[in-house]
Design a protein around this ligand. Structure first.
Ligand SMILES: Nc1nc2c(c(=O)[nH]1)N[C@H]1C(S)=C(S)[C@@H](COP(=O)(O)O)O[C@H]1N2
Ligand SMILES: [Mo]
Length: 388
């Protein structure tokens, strides 16, 4: 391995290695991952620090400089499992039950679900904690998901008139604090029946053409396009209709966003459960060819346009690379011609606009500035880069 190769490999391993290399005066220009012939990727200076938590809980994160195609490789797709290591479920041991306030409780094997009508969707799944911490900036990926739609199956079960809330139970459980007590709580998320009947929601058994890996929820997970990651329950075993809101850990105690709000001249605190995705964009990488360009992605809503700002200057229009697939479920790559930047350090900031003209919030926008928790960090992102 030559020096350039060593530095490239070390950089991909994280910031401790990177910081050491910078201190040694290594050139940072050579990151040749997935670049086209004659092009090189210039890594960001602000690499995330190593993930301090358990690698069982967050096993993989997206490396932004590796963003090439619109779809993320399954092996590179981030994983989050709050109850420790992912579950390994054997197909013969698994059933999906639909019960609670329904006329006709149902039970399915994987083969029975696969025999039902097939539906596919491309969807960018983002953890709502992504960019909430310096060490968690790769909690996002895009896949082509396949399964059977949920709504017809719910209709077959026949929700009773009182059945207003649909709870999706995962097979995983772990310790949860309730007041002074620690209880064992099974992973669950819920939606109103109206939301659960969205025709885009899938009981998903395939990711980018392969059966789900255990880390991503084998045999079946929920795929709820347009919702944050936490709504996409893995290792799904039971769907239950209730006559009341469900207030489990991941609805009512965790994945809760806290904001200060001004109301009638009073300052108060508002708590909201994390739900639908929010408008967001990020610079992904700087590419050096004959000229330099900045590449990135925008997601979380139907995207109207994207703008990029260098060194806090004026906003420049980026061109959107990927076609609009409708629905706003998939990130769209964008690109900005940066010409021949001067050597030295620069900052790169992006902001997305949705099709109705709303803009991704700036850091001083009250929706970000008055947010006290790390969830739903969809503010504008600035990266730092050194041009040689
Ligand atoms: N059963 C179960 N489902 C789960 C989780 C979990 O811990 N248990 N984590 C959720 C969270 S917080 C996220 S961000 C996504 C991550 O999906 P992935 O691991 O396939 O990327 O799964 C969601 N589904
Ligand atoms: Mo998450």
């Amino acid at each position: 391995m030559n020096e350039r190769e060593i530095s490239r490999r070390a950089m991909l391993k994280g910031s401790a290695a990177l910081a050491a290399l910078v201190a040694l005066g290594f050139p940072l220009e050579a990151l040749e991952v997935e670049a086209a012939a004659g092009e090189e990727i210039v890594p960001w200076l602000d690499q995330p620090p190593p993930f301090p938590g358990s690698p069982d809980q967050v096993a993989t994160q997206l490396v932004w400089e590796e963003l090439g195609a619109q779809l993320t490789w399954n092996e590179k797709f981030f994983t989050v499992q709050h109850n420790g290591h992912w579950l390994v479920i054997r197909e013969p041991d698994w059933r999906l039950a639909v019960g609670g306030l329904v006329q006709q409780p149902l039970v399915f094997t994987l083969a029975e679900l696969r025999a039902r009508p097939r539906q596919e969707v491309t969807f960018t799944l983002e953890c709502s904690g992504n960019h909430g911490f310096p060490f968690f900036t790769g909690g996002i990926g895009t896949a082509h998901w396949a399964g059977t739609p949920l709504a017809p199956l719910l209709r077959e079960a026949g929700p009773l008139p009182q059945g207003m809330e649909v709870v999706f139970w995962g097979a995983d459980a772990g310790p949860a604090k309730v007041g002074d007590q620690t209880v064992t709580e099974q992973f669950a998320r819920s939606m109103s029946l109206a939301d659960a009947l969205d025709p885009n929601i899938l009981l998903c058994y395939e990711m980018n053409g392969a059966p789900l890996h255990p880390a991503h929820g084998f045999p079946v997970r929920l795929i709820a396009p347009g919702w944050y990651g936490v709504a996409n329950v893995k290792w799904l075993t039971r769907i239950e209709l209730l006559n009341t809101r469900y207030e489990g850990r991941f609805m009512g105690r965790d994945y809760v966003t806290q904001r200060t709000v001004q109301q009638d001249g009073q300052t108060s605190t508002r708590f909201t459960s994390v739900g639908r995705a929010r408008l967001k964009s990020a610079p992904a990488r700087v590419v050096r060819g004959a000229r330099y360009r900045v590449e990135g992605v925008a997601w979380g809503a139907p995207i109207g346009r994207v703008e990029v700002r260098i060194d806090g200057g004026s906003w420049l229009p980026a061109s959107i690379v990927d076609e609009d697939q409708g629905g706003g479920f998939v990130w769209r790559r964008w690109s900005l011609d940066w010409g021949q930047p001067t050597s030295g350090e620069h900052t790169v900031t992006s902001r997305a606009f949705d099709t109705s003209g709303r803009v991704q919030p700036a850091p001083d926008d009250p929706v970000i500035a008055n947010k006290l928790t790390y969830w739903e960090s969809n503010g504008q992102i600035t990266r730092r880069v050194r041009i040689l």
